[in-house]
Design a protein around this ligand. Structure first.
Ligand code: X5A
Ligand code: ZN
Length: 709
């Protein structure tokens, strides 16, 4: 199952023809540089290339009024000056005429032409590319439709549509913020009407509020719309009261609009990941979408003059990966904004990498959300709590009054020309060159998953593309690592250990990204014990061990900061140290999800491991889809370096599904959502405050605004 890339060169035709500093950033080079970058990194070649088609007027009518569509059609008969006047009637919009060129391009040799372009309001020679905004905007909407069709017919698993003009500001009868037709909203309606979907999630990670999408679906419970946006208490465009966290939808759609306003610039990787873990994902899993549409604007990335945020391109790989945990991985990303050409292109590439299933580069920078971000998260959680069980179960959310002052100082927006602005530009350039360096230093391993299995023939159950690893460490070497324990003295146990250690070597030397190994039941704890020590002495700088079931922490692990032991399925919630955490096995889907999203991943993202061991002891108690989700989620924090250890007696289905998620496939659905039990909730409420001082991604509340205490 592949990844589609939908594009059409005609979408580079429209451009601003008069002087307008606000609009000039929305330029054709946005598409051409992004595409070049995809080609240079060999990513475009790995996608199914689809040429965008134009959306029909009936399809535009799913969202827009007939009068508005007719008006746009009519712009094809207008000249540049008339279009300039018409554009002025909208906020931050420019329109392009059918043809801007007076002469044929030099490359063109006139002669007979076989093309059959339909007639246009004014005669356009066939050699001239169609350039009208109407044409481009119909292609942009059509590209989104084609992507949705490709995914929902099963031709591909996911994809990206590279389009302009963008769409999320456009409304039923108005263009706005460079947007003409609302590409993503049209695609959502189409998915519902043509494919019978009942629940669509729209994630808008563009730095602006997609108020157009919000208005279109605000009373519709079948579309969950999430948007984060630069807001600054309303001082940032489009300056709408309804962009704030307390706008949660209307009527039957109450709770299906989720706004996360950022009140300061400078939000970075930790803030974005925290927003996903603590706001978007709990709601999204409860909603259980059948399709995820992304309003993928990259003006939320570092260097962008509009956003002035600090998230680096890798962050978008992580966000994309997290979204693939939903809807069976059916993710359709559609370009919105993004005006720093280099940052935009690299972020697009990172998104496509993640769609292709490649492991994400580890996130750079301190993983500590800033105070203003926490305040925003808290406000959304409070506003949404009445509508979502998954927010209620994690303890009552205190309501913050709007404008609660947050003492932490952060830079206010930077006017271009100021020295600080230049510093921000340099900062962006640095971050981007570090990224390129990282790409060289940590090239994607040639093998994505290798499995070491002990049962002969078990390899047959492995998904396509997973390598069945035959290699093993010499028996004496493996034995040297074992403690003098009976379990590993047995032949089979030692043979399995040799395979595990061989796999670890291949992961640590960059040949293999992740691995899965089966071990005989009685040796599970001893094998894990050796694997931890072996990993730490063979190049792992920080090793996270997630042990599910009855598995004790190896006796001689110290709290030296290089290992973090997390046991799921312990008798009670305990944290003897910051590096030794135990939580009981959650019993419901809701309990499992909050354990994963509110404890395991925040710990993992804060710890920033370079290797994760996930061990599933015998009778570990997780259902296969839960184990698969856990393993899939843990690929993120460790740059894809995950070794899963399973019991050789566990079902072949478990081995298959683990290998497939480590290979980048979407985990299966957890089944119907059920609320966490009070015990599950209490375990987390006990642990979180104890661990928060060290593991900052656990934080949801600013201390200064902590009204809960
Ligand atoms: C799609 C998008 C931004 C419009 C900004 C107007 N629009 N100041 O990023
Ligand atoms: Zn934007």
């Amino acid at each position: 199952m592949g990844t589609a890339l939908v594009y059409h060169e005609d979408m580079t035709a429209a451009r601003l023809l008069w002087d307008d500093p606000e609009c000039e950033i929305e330029c054709p080079e946005r598409l051409t540089t992004a595409l070049e970058c995809l080609q240079q990194q060999g990513l475009e070649q790995r996608c199914l290339r689809l040429a965008a088609r134009e959306a029909s007027e009936a399809e535009l009518g799913l969202v827009h009024s007939p009068e508005y569509v007719a008006l746009l059609r009519g712009t094809q008969a207008l000249g540049t000056r008339e279009l300039q006047a018409l554009s002025k009637q909208y906020d931050a919009v420019y329109l392009h005429p059918v043809r801007a060129l007076a002469d044929p391009p030099p490359s063109h040799t006139s002669g007979t032409c076989a093309c059959s372009r339909p007639a246009l309001p004014c005669a356009v020679p066939c050699w001239l590319p169609l350039q009208s905004t109407f044409h481009c905007a119909r292609l942009a909407a059509g590209a989104a439709l084609q992507l949705v069709d490709a995914v929902l017919t099963g031709a591909v698993r996911n994809g990206l549509a590279l389009v302009r003009p963008p769409g999320h500001h456009s409304q039923r009868a108005t263009a706005n913020g460079f947007c003409v037709f609302n590409n993503v909203a049209i695609a959502a309606k189409h998915a519902q009407q043509q494919h019978g979907l009942r629940r669509v999630l729209i994630v808008d990670w563009d730095v602006h509020h997609g108020q157009g999408i919000q208005y279109i679906f605000e009373d519709d419970p079948s579309v969950l719309y999430f948007s984060w946006h630069r807001y600054e208490h309303g001082h940032f465009w489009p300056h709408l009261r309804e962009s704030d966290a307390d706008a949660v939808g209307r009527g039957r759609g109450l709770g299906f609009t989720v706004n996360l306003p950022w009140n300061q610039v400078g939000m970075g990787n930790a803030d974005y990941v925290a927003a996903f873990l603590h706001v978007l994902l709990p709601l999204a899993f409860e909603f259980d979408p059948e399709l995820v549409l992304v309003s993928a604007g990259f003006d939320s990335a570092i260097g962008d003059p509009e956003g002035q945020m600090l998230a680096t391109p890798e962050c978008f790989a992580h966000l994309t990966q997290l979204l693939q945990m939903l809807a069976g991985g059916r993710v359709c990303a559609v370009l919105e904004g993004g005006y720093h050409l280099e940052s935009l292109s690299q972020s697009v590439c990172m998104t496509v990498r993640a769609l292709l299933g490649d492991p994400a580069l580890p996130l750079s920078g301190p993983m500590e959300p800033q105070g203003s971000a926490l305040e925003s998260l808290q406000r959304v959680r409070a506003a949404q709590a009445p509508h979502w069980v998954s927010l209620q179960q994690q303890g009552a959310a205190p309501v913050l009054s709007p404008g609660t002052p947050c003492p932490e100082g952060r830079p206010s927006p930077l006017p271009p020309g100021e020295p600080e602005f230049k510093a921000a530009v340099t900062q962006a350039a640095d971050a981007l060159s570090v990224l390129l360096e990282q790409l060289h230093l940590h090239p994607t391993p040639p093998i994505r998953v290798a499995a070491a299995l002990t049962v002969p023939d078990a390899g047959r159950a492995l998904p396509l593309g997973v390598l069945c690893e035959e290699g093993s460490l010499p028996r004496e070497e493996a034995q040297a690592w074992a403690r003098p324990r009976e379990t590993l003295a047995q032949d089979e146990a030692l043979a399995a250990l040799g395979k595990v250690l061989y796999l670890l070597d291949r992961i640590l030397d960059g040949q293999v990204s992740s691995g899965m190994a089966a071990t005989p039941a009685p040796a599970a704890a001893a094998t894990l014990d050796v694997a931890v020590r072996y990993g730490l002495s063979h190049g792992a700088q920080r090793l996270l061990c997630v042990a599910v079931g009855q598995l004790d922490r190896p006796p001689d692990l110290t709290d030296d900061g290089r290992n973090l032991w997390l046991n799921i399925g312990g008798k009670e919630a305990t944290a003897p140290s910051m590096f030794h955490v135990s939580v009981p096995l959650p019993v419901t889907t809701g309990g499992f999800l909050s354990c994963a999203l509110a404890l395991v991943l925040p710990l993992a993202y804060s710890f920033q491991p370079d290797l994760v061991l996930v061990a599933l002891g015998l009778a570990h108690g997780l259902r296969d889809p839960q184990a698969a989700l856990l393993a899939a989620l843990l690929r993120g924090p460790a740059g894809g370096r995950v070794l899963a250890l399973v019991d050789e007696e566990s079902t072949p289905q478990l081995a298959t599904v683990l290998a497939s998620v480590l290979n980048g496939e979407a985990p299966p659905s957890l089944g119907p959502f059920s609320m966490a039990t009070p015990e599950d909730t209490q375990a987390l409420m006990y642990l979180r405050p104890r661990l928060e001082p060290r593991w900052k991604m656990l934080q949801r509340l600013l201390e200064c605004c902590d009204l809960a205490a």
